[in-house]
Design a protein around this ligand. Structure first.
Ligand SMILES: Cc1cc2nc3c(=O)[nH]c(=O)nc-3n(C[C@H](O)[C@H](O)[C@H](O)COP(=O)(O)O)c2cc1C
Length: 229
């Protein structure tokens, strides 16, 4: 049950030396690969690291967080540094090839999304790709929990230094977030038995009806995505 798995998981602070099997690792990676993304562009990839020497170096640019060296595998989620006509075309053509459909079916939709990204400055483009990447990241966390594999979502690291270390600079990708996979050390992890605390439901969920909404003029926004995508 997903909710049980999500209650079981926590941001593990201390992992033991147990290795995650390749079956479980692949399951987690596949869940991330199956993640939805805007227009199916998947503007990210995952780098898998278990080399202890490299993990030591990563730890040194991540506030010395121990999970990075104690873990079995470290997943580095890296996202596109920007959207380009070429990148978008390549993915959309691939989708059409896989579906055995002519590129022309996608042409008008492609123009709309290329135009959408061209209207963004480079920093907003990179930010957009990171947002997509975080969805895959969440899928990996949930899949790991289902497999009873522990994870620590880690955003606390020097992105510029990790990019340099992993030679991402100039590759078109930037490190976004990292995820150690492993198993909790129940005797040494201070967080293991702490209560999971979340925003109360009444503050988190708001129901709305038209009576609570504002007037808007949607007449000006006539663009439609069409039927083929
Ligand atoms: C994007 C992101 C970045 C995070 N960065 C760190 C981190 O650098 N180190 C850490 O120990 N936990 C990190 N966390 C874990 C959060 O502190 C944790 O998920 C939150 O307190 C909720 O607790 P739980 O995951 O144990 O349920 C991060 C979580 C997310 C989603």
């Amino acid at each position: 049950m997903l909710l049980e798995d999500l209650r079981w998981r926590y941001a593990t602070k201390k992992m033991n030396a147990r290795v995650v099997s390749s079956e479980k690792l692949n399951y987690i990676l596949e869940a991330a690969r199956l993640s939805p993304s805007a227009s199916g562009l998947q503007p990210y990839k995952i780098i898998v690291i278990s080399d202890k020497e490299l993990l030591e170096k990563i730890k040194s640019v991540a506030f010395n967080q121990n999970q990075i060296i104690d873990c079995s595998h470290l997943l580095v989620f890296a996202s596109w540094d920007r959207y380009t006509n070429e990148r978008i075309t390549k993915v959309l053509n691939y989708i059409m090839d896989e579906r055995d459909q002519p590129y022309s079916t996608m042409e008008s939709y492609k123009k709309i999304i290329i135009n959408h990204y061209e209207n963004m400055d480079p920093a907003s483009q990179a930010h957009d790709a990171e947002k997509q990447c975080y969805i895959a990241f969440a899928m990996a966390i949930a899949a790991a929990a289902e497999q009873k594999v522990d994870t620590t979502p880690i955003g606390g690291f020097r992105h510029d230094m990790l990019d340099k270390l992993l030679q991402l600079k100039g590759s078109g990708y930037k490190s976004t977030v990292i995820l150690p996979l492993g198993y909790r050390d129940i005797n040494k992890d201070w967080l293991v038995n702490q209560k999971k605390v979340r925003t109360p439901k009444e503050d988190f969920i708001k129901e709305m009806t038209i009576a609570d909404a504002s007037e808007i003029n949607s007449q000006d926004f006539t663009q439609s995505l069409g039927e083929n995508f």
